[in-house]
Every structure is written in structure tokens, then in C-alpha cells.
Design a protein around this ligand. Structure first.
Ligand code: NDP
Length: 341
């Protein structure tokens, strides 16, 4: 069983060498009488939050819902897998599932109730690492539940061509909003405008004054900001928000590699403009999963939602793929193929 382990806690920018490939020779099977399942992992999802779990735990953090990784342990993340052995009455051999699994060829899951069964296989199974899985659910919950969107509103999305951003932008267009996204290369900007149907887009790396860039794109101000990045971008957005605007804080990738996160200086704008700024986590909305899959699947069928994945082959290439999220190497959702279906 080939696996990817965390070497040690990471300080500063994560590097490929912070993870190491190793081979485990034990034969994995579901113990007799257990309700576990054995998964053959097919696709792994590279997600920015994995970096935050590589930090040395702060006091009390071990007990939280998302415990940090221990040095020498296998990386645990979201993936798509096939059930190859089962002791659980709800899972059959051959079922496809998505959920938390190991960065390894095979994973024994003792509590399979945390896994989502894949009902529809008429789309590529890799979509369940993104568009129809955790990432899509994040976009759905974040946009419809947290942003309180209305037709005609002005929406801005950072890291817009990425896994979450590309979907949020398309939901916002379907809602009848005016949507602008930013991304870190001209190729990505082009994708936003031509493939995902954003009204406009810009390359934030080419702007020396982000607040001025936003003013140019939103002369009347921003009603909704879908926050993926944090740092200097958030500062600039706060200056450009309209009264009673909403900021959905999905993530702050610019902060994950920092030993000490930056402070935010323009927060008083929340008071003067009566802005609602709210963090959220997709799993608090997982009761909406069936509704989300049905609607999004329909949108895919009707060509109203399109999707871009960046597919890397081979488990051994997963560390580089993960690290690449922090330099913007990925174009679209970063997926790693572990095995053929
Ligand atoms: P992406 O597919 O968007 O990949 C990350 C992208 O972020 C990179 O491609 C890069 O794009 C951009 N980026 C990297 N470093 C920086 C930086 N320093 N400043 C600005 N942009 C940067 O990732 P996801 O769509 O999977 O995740 C987007 C956000 O959503 C993250 O913050 C993540 O933590 C969060 N998230 C939150 C969830 C929740 O439940 N709250 C669930 C899932 C994700 P570019 O080339 O454009 O710079």
C-alpha cells in the first residue's frame, strides 16, 4: 500500500519535501464482525486547508473537530473511492463513495457513515472531489446561504478560477448578478471571461493598487464579496464595499503559509457601511447535500454550469500538486489520480 506521509510539522511555506512516499506491506482487510469498509482510492482532492493541518498544534487544538496531522502519519483528505471489502450493511463491494480518506492506494475506514455514496455516475467520478463534492457544496452553501444574494447585485470573487471560485461565479450569474473575479495569471483571467461567463475579470498580480483596481471594476461598489484569499485583497475590498454589503469568508489562502497571520486594518468599514462579514464551513450545511447535487447536476446537463479540473496522475505527484495551490500552479480544481476506475 503506497502512501504519502507528513514528515514533520511545517513552518512557513509548505514544500514538496515536507511529505514523503512510503510503502506499507500489511494486507488490509475489514476485520470479521466490524462495520468498516476497505476503499480503493481513485481520485484525491488537493485542498488549501490541508496546509493548515500541517502546523504544530496550538494548545487545545488536538481536541477540535479537525485535528492537525501528526508527523509520520498519512495525509487524510477528501477523495473518491471504490468499496472493495465491506462489513457494513449499507455499503456493497463496487459502490463508489466520496469523503475523507487517506493519501494512499487503499484505506480502511472503520466508520463509513461519514462517507457520501455516489448516486450518479453519468458524470466523471473525479467531479465528486470538486463540483459535486466538498468544493461544490462549499460554493453552494457559501453563496446561497451566507451571501443572501439578490438579482442585479454586484459580486466580487477572489481566487475566482479555482475550485470554489469558478462555481460561485456561475451560481452568481444564474442568480442574475454582475460578477467580477480576480486570478493570478492572464490565462486564468481569460478562462473567467470566456469559459465561466464572468462579466469581467482581472489579474491581481498586475495591479499595484488593488483598491483602485476594484474601484475601476465596481464604480458603485461591491454588494457581495466571496473571500478566498484574505490579506491585502481583503483590505482593498473593505474600502470598496457598499452599505449593507455581505462578505462570505470561505478561506484566506494568503495566510496559510505565514507563521503569524497578518492583521486587518480596515475593519472599521464593517461599522460605517453596516457590512455583515461571516465565516462558514461547508459541513455545517451538509444536510443540503442532496438538494445541491440535484440542482447542480441539472445545471451541468443543461450546460448552465461548466467545470475545469487540473488533473495530475500518480499518488507520488500529490505533494507537488498540493504545494502548487500556493503558487497558483493549478488551473481549476486540483485533482490527483491514484488508480483507474
Ligand atoms: P483553488 O483551486 O482556488 O486553489 C488555490 C488558488 O488560490 C491558487 O490557484 C491561486 O490562484 C490562489 N492563491 C494562492 N496563494 C495566494 C495568495 N497568496 N494570494 C492570492 N491568491 C492566492 O482552491 P479552492 O477553490 O479549493 O479554495 C479556495 C478557498 O476556499 C481557500 O481559501 C480554501 O481554504 C477555502 N475553502 C473553504 C471551505 C469552507 O468550508 N469554508 C471549503 C473548501 C475551501 P491564483 O493564480 O488566482 O492566485
Amino acid at each position: 500500500n503506497k502512501r504519502i506521509l507528513l514528515k514533520d510539522h511545517v513552518v512557513g511555506p509548505a514544500k514538496e519535501g515536507d511529505m514523503v512516499a512510503s510503502t506499507e506491506t500489511v494486507r488490509l482487510e475489514v476485520p470479521v464482525g466490524s462495520k468498516g469498509v476497505l476503499l480503493k482510492n481513485l481520485y484525491l482532492s488537493c485542498d488549501p486547508y490541508l496546509r493548515t493541518l500541517m502546523n504544530r498544534p496550538l494548545d487545545g487544538q488536538e481536541e477540535s473537530g479537525f485535528p492537525p496531522f501528526k508527523p509520520g502519519s498519512v495525509i487524510i483528505g477528501f477523495g473518491v473511492a471504490k468499496v472493495v471489502d465491506t462489513g457494513h450493511p449499507d455499503f456493497k463491494v463496487g459502490d463508489y463513495v466520496w469523503g475523507l480518506t487517506g493519501w494512499e492506494e487503499f484505506t480502511l475506514i472503520s466508520n463509513p457513515e461519514t462517507l457520501f455514496k455516489i448516486k450518479y455516475t453519468d458524470v466523471p467520478l473525479s467531479y465528486y472531489t470538486g463540483l459535486l463534492g466538498m468544493t461544490g457544496m462549499t460554493a453552494y452553501a457559501g453563496f446561497y446561504e451566507i451571501c443572501s444574494p439578490k438579482k442585479g447585485e454586484f459580486v466580487y470573487i477572489s481566487a475566482a478560477s479555482g475550485a470554489v471560485g469558478q462555481i460561485v461565479g456561475q451560481y452568481a450569474k444564474l442568480m442574475g448578478c454582475y460578477v467580477v473575479g480576480s486570478a493570478g495569471s492572464n490565462e486564468k483571467v481569460n478562462l473567467l471571461k470566456t469559459k465561466f461567463g464572468f462579466d469581467d475579470a482581472f489579474n491581481y498580480k498586475e495591479e499595484h493598487d488593488l483598491a483602485a483596481a476594484l474601484k475601476r471594476h465596481f464604480p458603485q461598489g461591491i454588494d457581495i464579496y466571496f473571500e478566498n484569499v484574505g490579506g491585502a485583497m481583503l483590505e482593498a475590498v473593505l474600502l470598496n464595499m457598499r452599505d449593507h454589503g455581505r462578505i462570505a469568508v470561505c478561506g484566506m489562502i494568503s495566510q496559510y503559509n505565514l507563521e503569524k497571520p497578518e492583521g486587518v486594518h480596515n475593519l472599521f468599514c464593517l461599522v460605517t457601511k453596516r457590512i455583515r462579514m461571516q465565516g462558514f464551513a461547508w459541513f455545517d450545511h451538509s444536510h443540503k447535500y442532496d438538494e445541491f447535487v440535484e440542482t447542480t447536476r441539472q445545471h451541468i446537463k443543461e450546460g448552465k454550469i461548466v467545470y475545469v479540473e487540473d488533473i495530475v496522475k500518480g499518488l507520488e505527484n500529490a505533494p507537488a500538486a498540493l504545494v502548487g495551490l500556493f503558487t497558483g500552479r493549478n488551473v481549476g480544481k486540483q485533482v490527483v489520480v491514484v488508480a483507474q476506475e
